[in-house]
Design a protein around this ligand. Structure first.
Ligand code: SF4
Length: 125
């Protein structure tokens, strides 16, 4: 039998008894409601980077859906299954601002993974 503390089975309450750990826990716990999901908004991009994950794989052959109503419906369905944070990705999401706008209206928390070359309207916060 090894009495080394690293072999101890800790209860969560015991871990939180450490005031430094508890302070960190309190800082992040307010974000625990976040449930993230990522979406490829367009199969186009305004540049070509060497080794781009999108154009190296099969994603580039996916058909685009440019119908804002379909994206709104998708976002509502995603909300219903518990998603609270969206990542709008590529290829290049700034090429479809009308779709990003709809996503933002339905799911205001998230990130847009853009290369930054095309301005994204500020209304998409
Ligand atoms: S900007 Fe992004 S999506 Fe476009 S080619 Fe570069 S890595 Fe790929």
């Amino acid at each position: 039998m090894n009495d080394c503390p690293s072999n101890k089975e800790w209860k969560f309450s015991e871990i939180l008894a450490d005031h430094k750990i508890r302070a960190r826990w309190e800082k992040v716990r307010k974000y625990f409601f976040l449930r993230e999901s990522t979406y490829d908004m367009a199969n186009r991009c305004n540049i070509r980077c060497e080794g781009c994950y999108y154009y190296e794989g099969d994603k580039q052959f996916a058909e685009e859906n440019r119908d804002p109503a379909a994206w709104r419906e998708l976002m509502r369905a995603e909300k219903a299954r518990g998603i609270t944070y969206v990542v709008l990705a590529g290829a290049e999401p700034s090429l479809v601002p009308e779709l990003c706008e709809v996503c933002f209206q339905e799911m205001p928390l998230g990130t847009i993974a853009t290369n930054g070359l095309k301005f994204i309207p500020e209304s998409i916060n």
